[in-house]
Design a protein around this ligand. Structure first.
Ligand SMILES: NC(=O)c1ccc[n+]([C@@H]2O[C@H](COP(=O)([O-])OP(=O)(O)OC[C@H]3O[C@@H](n4cnc5c(N)ncnc54)[C@H](O)[C@@H]3O)[C@@H](O)[C@H]2O)c1
Length: 370
């Protein structure tokens, strides 16, 4: 999941940190001096704290300290005496920040997230840092969300909920479609796409898939169609599980939608840039597209994970989508589950533990080319 939208996650961190600031002990849970190896964690949110304690309890031979404050040149001193640090934050890991750690002899740094784009990797390399990340923390979180929202679109739950809320308890015309009657086309059969396929099959759907890099097991089982055009022609539900690249920007556009079946359901819990939003709106208006699941939006940065209740909503197109009865918008929350957060914390601590004990970590970040 190296392509996860790190900007948004950093926004989540910023918000949860703001909410938890007064609740987590600050500036730091101090170390005792008892000769044990030590790991210090920065910007621990309230929702992460139980998992830090869980890891510490399971590793009594390691001393764990933490703070809710972000790592900066000023706060680096909280890690004094530590052998390694565990981190995750929206703030950049600047040359000064890295230097402040290195000045205390700390060069083992484990991220609780995927992306390393906010780290001065050249400086990290110069200072001899060893860095790890958590590339996969819970494919199920995203796959489940996509599956739940797909089923909701098919059963028209948004329409039904609104009717019930207003006292209209009639059935018609809000008739559902069963998942088992759908051919579900999965674009991208990596970690998330594969779990999504299993869930859809659990509902009884016929699943087909496309991926330029075929999974040998899935290939043996005959899931793959030869081309995206084949998938567009056959699928009743199309779900995207691919990273966004220059090549596939707006891969869902007017031309590709025209190749799809009438009443198709589109699901994007992957990256906003994959979908030409205007083209989908036009297809929703014409009735070509039956429903749209949208956890990611091409203009989401600066909009998602903010509270717009008491200020002007910044994006008319998004407002239009949110208010449609056959569109389910969520603000890039597919990943945000207790399971995923726990995995991010535990994996980062495991990695750091390996590093400070001079062992190769499971998921190192290669900074040799920085
Ligand atoms: N909504 C969320 O909260 C959230 C969270 C994590 C990840 N994601 C998104 O989910 C995507 C998939 O994550 P993953 O962990 O399964 O990644 P992955 O790397 O395991 O799998 C991606 C798959 O896509 C395939 N692929 C690449 N380009 C393709 C194309 N043009 N057509 C078809 N297949 C193509 C690759 O071969 C690979 O098999 C990520 O890239 C990220 O954008 C979203």
């Amino acid at each position: 999941m190296a392509d996860i939208n790190e900007d948004l996650i950093r926004e989540v961190v910023k918000q949860v940190l703001a909410e938890s600031k007064s609740q987590v002990d600050s500036p730091s849970k101090k170390f005792n001096s008892n000769g044990k190896k030590r790991i210090f964690a920065f910007s621990i949110r309230k929702d992460e704290e139980p998992y830090v304690k869980e890891w510490a309890k399971a590793h009594p031979h390691i001393e764990v300290g933490y703070t809710d404050e972000l790592l900066s040149p000023e706060t680096a001193k909280y890690a004094k005496g530590a052998d390694g640090v565990v981190v995750y934050q929206q703030l950049s890991y600047t040359a000064d920040t890295l230097q402040a750690l290195a000045d205390q002899g700390i060069t083992k740094m484990s991220l609780r997230n995927v992306g390393v784009d906010n780290i001065d990797l050249a400086k990290a390399k110069e200072l001899g840092f060893e860095i790890t990340n958590v590339p996969v923390y819970s494919p199920n979180a995203i796959a489940e969300h996509a599956a739940i929202q797909t089923a909701r679109i098919l059963r028209q739950t948004k329409v039904l909920d609104a009717k019930i809320e207003s006292g209209d308890l009639r059935w018609a015309p809000t008739i559902g479609r069963e998942v088992r009657d759908q051919t579900v086309g999965v674009i991208g059969t990596g970690h998330i796409g594969r779990v999504f396929m299993q869930i859809m099959e659990g509902f009884g759907a016929k699943v087909i898939a496309f991926d330029p890099f075929k999974n040998p097991e899935l290939e043996k089982q005959g899931y793959y169609v030869d081309s995206l055009d084949d998938l567009y022609a056959q699928a009743d539900v199309i779900s995207l599980h691919v990273p966004a690249t220059k090549e596939n920007t707006h891969m869902i556009n007017r031309n590709t939608i025209a190749k799809m079946k009438d009443d198709v359901v589109l699901v994007n819990c992957s990256r906003g840039a994959l979908v030409d939003t205007d083209a989908v709106i036009a297809a929703l208006d014409s009735g070509k597209v039956f429903g749209f699941v949208m956890d990611t939006y091409e203009d989401e940065v600066g909009i998602f994970n903010d509270d717009w209740q008491h200020k002007a909503f910044p994006d008319e197109r998004l407002a239009n989508l949110i208010h449609r009865s056959n569109v389910l918008v969520t603000p890039h929350t597919a990943f945000y589950t207790t399971h995923a957060v726990r995995n991010m914390v535990l994996k980062a601590f495991d990695n750091n533990c390996e590093l400070i004990n001079g062992k190769p970590a499971d998921t190192p970040v290669d900074i040799s080319q920085a």
